[in-house]
Design a protein. Structure first.
Ligand code: GLY
Length: 306
């Protein structure tokens, strides 16, 4: 059964991917086409052009793709000046012997593959970035910026929306191949070079067409420590139901007692056509998009509470 699951931020590209899956398109290519629209949409304030910069006012994007038929992965992290960055992750998967590129190397590869050098800092993000940073800095820090210690500031300032949000697409195509694609601008005002979970296979995403797929949004600092997406797919391989596999992953998250602790949203599908989205400790109501081929149109639904 063809199906597509994505988080609420996926609205600019969800219908594009549904249309391609309906026409028989392959899951990864269809999802990369849809997610590119999310990355270019300025109204989506956590991904791509509409996202937030790092502490130095520079955009650094993370993305990942995984093909559940082959377990091939492509990922990029802390990439400057490049949209759509999920398409660049797909290029890594198709054209390099590597799984992941970061920073300047990823940008170099983008140029080799014909990606333009994009202006990616939205003027409103630039204005808000500087206003918030100024409020946190002493006159001495302000005078010396950016040649100051950034770590104390990165502990003090966080995302205006107080999320480390992401867009995730999990899909199953006409050949029953399951794939997953992720993209994010990461934690706003992050320390330069910080990677979230979105480019980390096993943490922010994982797919195996025989069992299912999982992808996470929000606090990558937790899912990276638990290997959350891989835990869920491995549990299904070991015979857990989708619900019990997610429950196990939530138990692992709740065992964390130190480090940065906040909310995580788990999105998962299984090879039998089930899906579930679970909100672990996010204060706001979490919604997601779902479509399968039995439905006339995609629906925006409310996630379960862990
Ligand atoms: N989940 C996205 C991030 O941690 O950046």
């Amino acid at each position: 059964m063809k199906m597509l699951l994505a988080n609420a931020e996926a609205w600019p590209g969800f219908d594009t991917t549904v249309g391609l899956l309906k026409q028989g398109g392959a899951s990864i290519a269809a999802m990369v086409s849809g997610i590119a629209k999310v990355e270019r949409e300025a109204k989506v304030r956590s991904v791509g052009y509409g996202g937030w910069p790092n502490m130095l006012g520079e955009m650094e994007f993370d993305a990942g793709v995984m093909d559940g038929a082959t377990r091939d992965v492509g990922a990029v992290g802390a990439v400057p000046a490049t949209l759509p960055v999920s398409a660049l992750a797909y290029e890594v998967m198709q054209h390099l012997p590597h799984v992941m590129l970061t920073g300047a190397g990823a940008r170099r590869f983008a140029s080799e593959r014909g990606f333009a050098v994009d202006e990616v800092l939205h003027p409103d993000s630039k204005r808000v970035w500087w206003e918030r940073l100024q409020k946190e800095m002493s006159p001495e820090q302000l005078a010396a910026f950016p040649d100051i210690a950034l770590a104390p500031l990165s502990n003090a300032i966080t995302d205006p929306e107080r999320v480390r949000d992401t867009t995730v697409f999990l899909g199953r195509d006409a050949t029953d191949n399951i794939g997953v694609v992720t993209s994010t601008s990461g934690w706003a005002w992050k320390y330069p070079g910080r990677l979230g979970d979105s480019p980390i296979p096993g943490a922010g995403f994982y797919a195996d067409s025989r069992y299912g797929a999982a992808a996470c949004t929000h606090t990558g600092e937790m899912t990276m420590r638990c290997g959350t997406s891989r835990s869920i797919v491995l549990a299904m391989r070991l015979g857990y139901s989708l619900q019990d596999a997610i429950k196990l992953a939530v138990e692992e998250l709740s065992e964390l007692k130190s480090g940065f602790l906040a909310g995580v949203v788990i999105h998962a599908i299984d090879a039998k056509g089930n899906h579930q989205v679970v909100n672990y400790r996010c204060e706001e109501e979490i919604r997601y998009w779902y479509w399968d081929e039995r439905m006339a149109a995609p629906e925006l639904r409310v996630a379960a509470q862990a």
